[in-house]
Write a protein that binds this ligand. Structure first.
Ligand code: XMP
Length: 518
């Protein structure tokens, strides 16, 4: 275990991912955690992340210098580097010159940390203060024009640091430097793999659910719930029941993927609830986006709880026994952002659903709580789930209901499903699936425009392609799709979907636009 101490910038999660890419398990802890508590977890190493502040600013987050003398190897990056320098008697000063973005660094001696790294290379920096004198016992390894001490190490004590951000993509040799620290200075063993995760989680889940427990899991069609369910299935077999609510708002082929491919790959018990009519009736006449979302959310809970009651209705808990478990695909970023630890959740969710015994209490099972999205995909592959599920782009819970601008009807859904299937097929064929975060296709159902198709004048609807690139959906840029690809999509949609006579592309970044149109 390597602990990444988060000093409040957005870098901690990225660092934790890079450490895991080096096949060493890592977790994030807040800088407010007492050092004694960090050390009690017996970490192999501690990494101090970058942060938004100057070490001299009022209220700047700090760390007890005991962290540097406990004998546990410590690596400081950016702000963490300055904390280390100052904490051990070096000197940090505002140099006046701020370095942001790409910066050239020159390596004077490789030492252990920068071994085999070219003498001149480019790194990503963002700092105002600089280390002007390293603490006693440290070797200075590199500098930049404005920063006399840009990297140092004291291999004997297991301490090292760099002024730059080795974790970001724009830093050359960043991963190599991180691995030099992890392997050559901290002597971590590189044994963290997806196989271990599956085995470990299966054991944990067996212990949590026990001999008699029953679990249920709502499948959404997405990767998180599918992988969570597949792990639990491995652990407890047919005591897990998966529920898939078909609300009629899915894309072409997605329901079949779950019914056929997911079940074939996992052998899971699956209950499909056909609720299309119920959802469409509830949505009739509604075009306000928030209203639609509310209705879909409400109907979903109703349907799921009714299925739950059917499945678990007979489970009567004996005194002190837990028999009902709810599987959820919660990921590590959600856990970190809500301030929780990475251990098993103790949250109890109390359902008072008609049909269920009053004292039936659900406990959450969250096998993905320690994982990042990219790791979940690798676990999914490891478990043999179909590629279409493992690599599926994010898709919103309310489905196509929020991609039809205007009232949602069966006929409109069918039109959008056809257009969307063509766009996805062409995107996949072009090999760009993994470069694009998402490409919603939006039907402007209340807009019509004049066109000519075949011999006659048409008065059809436009669709909007919304291809975006993104790291986390918080911000996004519009994707520069190749013209040839856009041409193929446009030609095919207007030829093959009679009701659509115009294809447009949304070129708005987020912000100001959101990814979805509603
Ligand atoms: P926006 O449109 O806010 O979307 O930029 C950000 C990301 O969230 C997805 N999204 C949803 N996912 N339920 C979901 O599970 C929802 O109601 C929902 N609304 C938006 C969207 O597809 C994008 O990935």
């Amino acid at each position: 275990l390597v602990l990444v101490v988060d000093f409040g910038a957005q870098y901690a999660q990225l660092i934790a991912r890079r450490v895991r890419e080096a096949r060493v398990y890592s977790e994030i802890v807040p800088h407010t955690m007492p050092v004694s508590e960090m050390l009690a977890q017996n970490p192999k190493a501690i990494i101090l992340s970058g942060g938004p502040s100057s070490v001299y600013a009022d209220g700047a987050p700090g760390i007890d210098t005991a962290v540097f003398t406990a004998g546990t190897p410590v690596f400081g990056m950016c702000y963490g580097f300055q904390l280390m320098a100052r904490g051990l008697g070096g000197e940090v000063a505002p140099t006046g010159a701020r370095e942001y973005g790409r910066t050239a660094v020159s390596v004077s001696q490789g030492g252990t940390l920068l071994a085999d790294v070219p003498a001149a290379h480019t790194v990503w920096m963002s700092h105002g203060d600089s280390v002007v004198a390293a603490p006693a016992g440290f070797d200075v390894l590199a500098s930049t024009t404005d920063t006399p001490v840009a990297a140092f190490e004291d291999v004997e004590r297991g301490l090292a640091g760099v002024q730059w951000h080795p974790e970001v993509l724009h830093t050359e040799h960043g991963q190599k430097v991180l691995e030099h620290f992890l392997v050559d200075i901290a002597h971590c063993r590189q044994t963290w793999t997806m196989v271990n995760i599956v085995d470990e989680q299966v054991e944990k889940i067996r212990a949590q659910i026990g001999e008699r427990g029953q679990a249920i899991c709502a499948l959404s069609g997405g990767v998180d719930s599918a992988v969570a369910a597949a792990i639990v299935q491995r652990a407890i077999g047919d005591r897990l029941t998966c529920v898939y609510v078909d609300h009629g708002l899915m894309r072409k082929g997605e329901t079949e993927q779950i019914e056929r491919d997911f079940v074939a790959a996992t052998g899971a018990e699956l209950v499909v609830v056909d609720a299309e009519k119920q959802f469409l009736d509830a949505l009739a006449g509604v075009s306000d986006p928030e209203e639609k979302r509310k209705i879909i959310g409400r109907e979903f809970i109703r349907t799921f709880e009714a299925a739950e009651a059917d499945i678990l209705g007979d489970s009567i808990a004996e005194e002190g026994e837990k028999v009902a478990f709810l599987v959820q695909g919660t990921l590590y970023p959600d856990v970190v952002e809500s301030g929780g630890g990475a251990g098993t959740s103790n949250i109890k969710s109390h359902h008072n659903v008609g049909g269920l015994p009053d004292d039936l209490e659900f406990e959450l099972v969250e096998p993905l709580r320690t994982l990042f999205k990219d790791e979940v995909r690798l676990v999914g592959e490891q478990l043999g789930l179909p590629g279409e599920i493992v690599w599926r782009h994010p898709f919103p819970g309310p489905g196509l209901g929020i991609r039809i601008i205007g009232e949602v009807t069966r006929e409109r859904l069918d039109i959008l499903r056809e257009a969307d299937a063509i766009a996805r097929e062409e995107l996949t064929r072009s090999g760009l699936d993994r470069d694009i975060w998402q490409m919603p296709v939006v039907l402007l159902a209340d807009v019509r425009s004049v066109g000519v198709q075949g011999d006659g004048r048409t008065y059809g609807h436009p669709v909007v392609l919304r291809p975006v690139t993104s790291e986390d959906a918080m911000t996004a840029d519009w994707a520069r799709l190749p013209y040839e690809l856009m041409e193929r999509i446009s030609t095919r949609i207007t030829n093959e979907v009679r009701e659509i006579n115009r294809v447009t592309v949304d070129i708005t970044s987020k912000p100001p636009g959101t990814i979805e149109w509603e």
